[in-house]
Write a protein that binds this ligand. Structure first.
Ligand code: ASP
Length: 591
């Protein structure tokens, strides 16, 4: 028998029992007469003590144990004189009577403790060692529990889990596809799904009514901390539903997951239109844990001879409560430089300080007298010692910049309480986005998203400008400024779908070639339907208050999209290349 107990379960009540434990040597400390070994497994760490007086050979053997050796130890559970309250097994230790090395280990390249000295790439190369660390292991356990809770909740609501294929053709989520060459069909390629979008809609035509899947999706995009080329979605679709029924169902799922995993009772989720979110926060995924909402002063600020404002399309300010005396001129200069970095590209930041003594100080004091600036105080809903920060310029750009400034101020002033979860539905997104570069519309969500009922007529008959104002029955779930997921009510009407493809610049032939199977299915009685997908990795990270999804993925890829452990992507040999017609001429003569 390798073990009678695991390394996390022995307590004071076990004192006196003979036990056998197996695990990894976290550390071995030689204190002369005594040698202490911390033995670790998935469940915890137990202290083993070897006593020179009891068994010299055994003790000498224990001294030679290296980090990460795999051992089996037998001994008696004893109460510790020097208890460790930070460890669940901290009241006891094992007085060893035998020790067996099951496997030796090289010296690990980084410390396998909660705080490690290993850099990202090193940790990923030796991911099996990283996974032995408690924080990574806990994240994987959490992920597993979240998946199980998701399945059980959705099953209780009548959803059925269906697996959709991985070797498919291009899906329209707007990123690049990963492709797989087909040996049996020379010169042809499968694409990996960016999402199961078309399949889940077809399942609705198939009458399955409520579908879900916890599913891998693949998008060939540039990577960031919260992106991975392969990631997981909780993907769902429902038939005969209105928008609000979809939102209620997934609000229910989210509340259930927070309750069962974190014991957090989420409040009802407010709904905010995309337009309102942009006006109030300059973002379609606002962090609503703190206020500091946008205050449009375009009308107020013009006409005082300050040409920067006079010439601007849009002038907007935020009010940082109680920050006036916290920000010296030097701090504001630093903030301005941060805003002027090319990633953000602001020209400058105007500030007004409403001081404790009732006076006002501002970087635009030359153009606006104190009386005028004091009059703005009310507009900003400002009090003494509040700091106002103002940006101006072209509206959309300035909103984005102000969003960055607001978030940075939220961080600097500690307003993003990690123990608070603020969910929000953002609804009524624009249906189409005009892209100046390619001179065409893009679907803001995807090409199967339905316009709102009230906009359908205008979509079929309106002119170009009308198209820019169409609203979609699309929605996102945002928690603490992170987009957890999104979805929409779909078009199930052939005429509307054709019109959408037209607007998106598909010719009839292209639409037919790419999506003919779906359009064909729609000819056979497609029910009204809609759905949503949550980013599963992101949901894990947000629930655990972490920024990176990487630590919730057992084997993640690095910023270059590489798996450092298996060293992939990699070259394949010539024979394989030839079999796939990749560097030779395909039999039909095409390159
Ligand atoms: N397929 C969509 C996505 O991946 C979600 C949906 O519309 O249901 O974002």
């Amino acid at each position: 028998m390798y073990r009678t107990h695991n390394c996390g379960e022995l307590r004071i009540s076990h004192v006196g029992q003979e036990v056998t434990l197996s695990g990894w040597v976290q550390i071995s400390r030689d204190l002369g007469g005594l040698t202490f070994v911390d033995l670790r497994d998935r469940y915890g760490i137990t202290q083993i003590v070897f006593n020179m007086d009891d068994d010299e050979t055994l003790c000498l053997q224990a001294r030679k144990l290296g980090r990460e050796f795999v051992v089996r130890v037998k001994g008696a559970v004893a109460e510790r004189s020097n208890k460790n309250p930070n460890r669940s097994t901290g009241d006891i230790e094992i007085e060893a009577s035998s020790l067996e090395i099951l496997n030796a280990s090289n010296v690990p390249p980084f410390t396998i403790e909660n705080e490690t000295d290993g850099g990202d790439d090193l940790r990923m190369k030796y991911r099996y060692l990283d996974i032995r660390r408690e924080p990574v292991r806990d994240n994987l356990v959490f992920r597993s529990q979240l998946a199980i809770a998701t399945r059980s909740h959705l099953a209780s609501q009548g959803f059925i889990e269906v697996e959709t294929p991985v070797l498919i053709k291009s899906t329209p989520e707007g990123a690049r596809d990963f492709v797989v060459p087909s040996r049996m069909n020379p010169g042809q390629f499968y694409a990996l799904p960016q999402s199961p979008q078309t399949f889940k809609q077809i399942l609705m035509v198939g009458g399955l009514d409520k579908y879900f899947q916890i599913v891998k999706c693949f998008r060939d995009e540039d990577l960031r901390a919260d992106r991975q080329p392969e990631f997981t979605q909780i993907d769902c679709e429902m038939s005969f539903v209105t928008r609000d029924e979809v939102l209620d169902t997934f609000e229910g799922l989210t509340k259930n997951l927070f309750k069962s995993l974190l014991n957090v009772d989420l409040p009802d989720f407010p709904k905010m239109s995309y337009d309102e979110a942009m006006e109030r926060y300059g973002s379609d995924k606002p962090d609503t844990r703190f206020g500091m909402e946008f205050c449009d002063i375009s009308q107020l600020a013009k006409g005082h001879g300050f040409s920067v404002f006079d010439d601007a399309e849009y002038i907007v300010g935020i009010c940082a409560k109680g920050a006036a005396d916290k920000y010296s001129n030097k701090d504001i200069k630093k903030l301005t430089e941060w805003m002027q970095r090319p990633q953000i590209g602001a020209k400058g930041v105007v500030n007004i300080k409403y001081q404790e003594d009732g006076s006002v100080k501002s970087s635009i004091g030359k153009f606006y007298d104190d009386e005028t600036l004091m009059a703005w105080k009310e507009h900003f809903n400002a009090a003494s010692n509040d700091l106002i920060l103002i940006l101006c310029g072209e509206k959309e750009k300035t909103q984005k910049q102000m969003n960055e400034l607001r978030l940075e101020m939220g961080r600097q002033l500690g307003l993003m309480d990690p123990t608070v979860f603020n969910p929000l539905w953002v609804v009524d997104f624009p249906l189409l986005e005009w892209d100046e570069d390619s001179n065409r519309f893009h679907a803001m969500h995807h090409p199967f998203t339905s316009p709102k009922k009230a906009d359908q007529e205008r979509m079929l008959n309106g002119d170009h400008e009308t198209m820019k104002a169409l609203r979609a029955d699309a929605y996102d779930l945002v928690i603490n400024g992170v987009e957890i997921g999104g979805g929409s009510i779909r078009i199930h009407d052939r005429a509307l779908q054709s019109r959408n493809f037209d607007l998106l610049g598909f010719t009839k032939e292209e639409a037919e070639e790419q999506f003919g199977f779906l359009l064909g299915a729609f000819e056979y009685g497609a029910p009204p339907h809609g759905g949503i997908a949550f980013g599963f990795d992101r949901l894990c990270a947000v629930m655990k208050g972490q920024n990176s999804i990487r630590d919730f993925i057992a084997f993640p890829k690095n910023n270059q999209g590489r798996d450092m452990m298996i060293d992939s992507p990699s070259r394949i040999d010539t024979i394989q290349m030839e079999e796939l017609y990749l560097n030779s001429t395909a039999p039909n003569g095409e390159e």
